[in-house]
Ligand binder design. Structure first.
Ligand SMILES: [Zn+2]
Length: 247
C-alpha cells in the first residue's frame, strides 16, 4: 500500500495513528487549541467515525479515540465532546466526506460577524466557495440565548445543511467546520482556511482585495489540492520529532 493509498482507505490501526497526528498537527498549526476537534470516518460508506473522548487535542493518544455512530453515541462511559453532533450530522448528509475539523481558529471568526464574506484570495485556498463561505446563524435554530454550541443532533443537522456541498462553513461568533475527502485533505483545508482569512484581513487593511475568480479557484484547487500530502508529511514529521524530543 502506498502512502497515498493509506490516506484514502487506511487500516484501523493506521487510521488511529493518523488521527492522533492530525490532532497534534492542528494544534501546532494554530488551528486547534485547548478546544476544537478532528474526526475521521472509519471507512468509505461507513456510518461510524473515530473521534477522541472529551480531551484537549494536544493530549490525544490512540487509546482516547472512540468509534461514534451517527447519533453521536460511543461505547463506554468516558465523557464525549459536547459538539460531536457536528461530525455525525455532516457524515450523515455527505457520503463524500471522510474527515471533519471543527475549530475556533481566530482569523476566520471576523468573517462570521460582518457582511464581508470569506473568499479565496490565495491559490492555496481554492477549495473555499468562490463567492461566499456560508455562515451558520445559530439563533435561527436555538433562539437568542443559546451558548452557541452544537449540542444536539438537530443543531448539527442545521449546521450540516448550511455547509451543504461546500468544504467550509463559518459559525457566527464561534468558529468553523472543514470537510474533506480524506483526513489529510481536511487538515490541509483547515490550516489554509486560517491562512487565507489572515491574508484577506490584512489585504482589507490596504484596500479592496482582488479575489481569485471562480475559474482560478477551481484550477488552483485541482493543482494544489493534489499535493496536500507534501504538507501532511512535513507537519507530521514536525510533531513526531517534537514528541520524541519531549520523551
Ligand atoms: Zn466549538
Amino acid at each position: 500500500m502506498t502512502d497515498t493509498d493509506s490516506a484514502i482507505d487506511p487500516d484501523p490501526t493506521e487510521l488511529r495513528e493518523q488521527l492522533v497526528a492530525a490532532n497534534h498537527i492542528l494544534v501546532r498549526q494554530g488551528v486547534l487549541d485547548a478546544f476544537g476537534h478532528v474526526s475521521a470516518r472509519t471507512a468509505a460508506g461507513a456510518d461510524t467515525f473515530l473521534l477522541s473522548r472529551n480531551l484537549a487535542p494536544g493530549s490525544v493518544t490512540a487509546d482516547d479515540l472512540l468509534v461514534h455512530d451517527l447519533d453521536g453515541r460511543a461505547s463506554g462511559d468516558r465523557p464525549l465532546y459536547l459538539e460531536r453532533f457536528i461530525h455525525a450530522e455532516i457524515y450523515r448528509r455527505r457520503p463524500d466526506v471522510m474527515a471533519v475539523v471543527h475549530s475556533h481558529s481566530p482569523s476566520v471568526i471576523p468573517f462570521s460577524l460582518c457582511a464581508t464574506p470569506l473568499r479565496p484570495v490565495i491559490h492555496m485556498a481554492g477549495f473555499l466557495a468562490s463567492e461566499r463561505t456560508p455562515v451558520y446563524e445559530i439563533s435561527d435554530y436555538a433562539g437568542d440565548a443559546s451558548d452557541l454550541l452544537i449540542t444536539s443532533a438537530g443543531l448539527g443537522a442545521s449546521l450540516a445543511i448550511t455547509l451543504a456541498g461546500d468544504s467550509v462553513a463559518l459559525m457566527r461568533g464561534h468558529g468553523s467546520v472543514t470537510a474533506g475527502s480524506s483526513l489529510r485533505e481536511s487538515v490541509y483545508r483547515a490550516v489554509y482556511t486560517e491562512v487565507n482569512a489572515r491574508i484577506q484581513l490584512e489585504a482589507h487593511s490596504l484596500g479592496n482585495p482582488r479575489y481569485l475568480s471562480a475559474g482560478e479557484a477551481k484550477s488552483s484547487d485541482e493543482t494544489v489540492g493534489g499535493q496536500a500530502d507534501r504538507a501532511w508529511n512535513v507537519w507530521r514529521d514536525q510533531v513526531t520529532q517534537e514528541r520524541n524530543q519531549s520523551k
